[in-house]
Design a protein around this ligand. Sequence first.
Ligand SMILES: *Cc1c(COP(=O)(O)O)cnc(C)c1O
Length: 234
Amino acid sequence: MSEIEVIGDRVRAIKERLAALAGARPVKLMAVTKFQDRELAMAAVDAGVDAIGENRVQEAQDKWGHVRPPVPLHAIGHVQTNKVKYAIGLFDSIDTLDSVRIRKALDEKLDRRLPVMVEVNVGREVSKYGLDPGEVPGFLAEAQRFRWLDVTGLMTVLPKARDNSVEESRRIRQHMQEMANLWRMCRSEGWPWAPLDELSMGMSGDWEWAVEAGATVVRLGSRIFGLRTNAVRN
Ligand SMILES: *Cc1c(COP(=O)(O)O)cnc(C)c1O
């Protein structure tokens, strides 16, 4: 089987499992195509992923700047303020709104509406971007003043499990529960400028738990493309 066929089979198997886990609830599958070339990324799109996620503005620009993917392209990595101009010309959604600074930079450069998600550092890890969970309600309440940004959801990169122990799985699932609670609580405010339809949570190692906890988008890279050994890096 060719690599393209393997990718297609993986996507179809994931979608089946996703449907079984989510029941009637629609959950989107985002293919994370960092380090993958366009041909392999398109194999995932052809097999039915709902969106594409890219981490780095430059890589996304090289890959998708001229030939846009037929599904929405999301920024899922931190966007530096000096890359904002390129990012808004390229992405259909920026899922990593992680500071007031970047919010201001986006609002200043935009001249049309742009969907964004607020990134939450639910594990409170110093190595990660994102707002502290406690800051999120205030940030969203203030979002009424965002001129061009529509806050469509919350996004998080969860801590990694250190091992396969029951304690670790419990710890990760508690973070997922905390995220789901925060999302529901903020949604119940009914802010017209922050409909928060999406909760983007879960990656290759933990996506099934994330769906069980209420995620509406899961972001899968290695589960679709394999480990990034033959990576195309630029
Ligand atoms: C790389 C990445 C993913 C996908 O990771 P896998 O473990 O390969 O599924 C998801 N979200 C973000 C923000 C990433 O950087």
